[in-house]
Design a protein around this ligand. Structure first.
Ligand code: GUN
Length: 287
């Protein structure tokens, strides 16, 4: 059996198209332009690539894009002052502080200083609590993108066994909440899980979000299961490097019913969902 490839790149382009249409309508009918501010502290090369790509796509869908690039040794007080200005700016509807932050900055404190209504990452403790209790919130972009692909592929997810590998605040935990919200039976597996292969073999849906290159082999996958690979790992490839996911694509694709590739799966959906969240924040802020 060979898995159907879930084309995240094409799906993300469709989502961005819908966002762009809605943005154009807001401009025409309400003279309103959604604005997204991205704050990057320091020079982390991977973060710089993400931030550039976010800015480009924000402009492409017709939104206002603002970037604040701060020195790696920026003080917490200065960073909090930038965020306070953005919180107060009526032309900015979404604020994203790129993680990880340099070690001297308290990530929780910084994230929780963002106005929850502008927290398009969904990382503010209020949004985490709202999601956990099934209330209207900002939903973290990567898990939201995964859920959209799963719903698109399966229709209803009700009653399916889902295993999320990884328990991060950014992906694993919110992913589990979203799957629970769609009435899956959810297991969160992690580095201390006993008999991980057997746990994964029970799953109709596997979401791998551990950040370990090609960790999940095909013989852990139940035949016909859907595999969502959140990993983006750069590994040596001869003289160069290549991107691989958290699952061993070749062997998993032989067994799975459907699978997301890396690159071109979850990654593009994350940015599309960030733009969708910014649009949502703008609409909520303006009634
Ligand atoms: N760094 C890696 N992923 C993310 C993300 O989804 N949001 C932010 N703010 N930083 C990240």
């Amino acid at each position: 059996m060979s898995a159907q490839v879930i084309d995240g790149k094409a799906f993300a382009a469709k989502v961005r198209g819908h966002v762009a249409e809605h943005v154009a309508r807001l401009k025409e009918e309400n003279d309103l332009t959604p604005g997204l501010a991205v704050v990057l502290v320091g020079e982390d090369p991977a973060s710089q690539v993400y931030v550039r790509s976010k800015g480009k796509m924000t402009v492409e869908v017709g939104m206002k894009s603002v970037e604040h690039r701060l020195e790696a040794d920026t003080s917490e007080a200065d960073l909090l002052a930038v965020i306070a200005d953005l919180n107060a700016d009526p032309t900015i509807h979404g604020i994203l502080v790129q993680l990880p932050l340099p070690g001297h900055l308290n990530e929780d404190l910084v994230i929780n200083s963002i106005d929850p209504a502008k927290d398009v990452d969904g990382f503010h403790i209020s949004n985490v609590g709202l999601l956990g209790t099934g209330q209207k919130s900002m939903v973290p972009c990567t898990p939201l993108g995964c859920l959209m692909m799963l719903r698109d592929h399966h229709g209803s997810l009700s009653g399916m066994d889902a295993v999320v590998i990884g328990r991060s605040n950014i992906v694993g935990k919110p992913m589990a909440q979203l799957l629970l919200g769609d009435s899956c039976t959810v297991t969160i597996a992690h580095s201390r899980t006993k008999d991980l292969p057997d746990v994964v073999r029970r799953a109709d849906i596997v979401v791998a979000a551990v950040g370990r290159p090609e960790m999940v082999p095909g013989d852990w996958i139940k035949p016909g299961a859907t595999v969502i690979d959140v990993g983006i790992n750069r590994v040596p490839n001869g003289e160069k490097t290549k991107l691989v996911g958290d699952v061993d694509y070749a062997s998993c694709a032989e067994v799975a019913g459907a699978i997301t590739p890396v690159p071109g799966g979850v990654g593009p959906m994350t940015i599309a969902c960030l733009l969708a969240n910014t649009l949502t924040a703008c609409c909520r802020a303006n009634g």
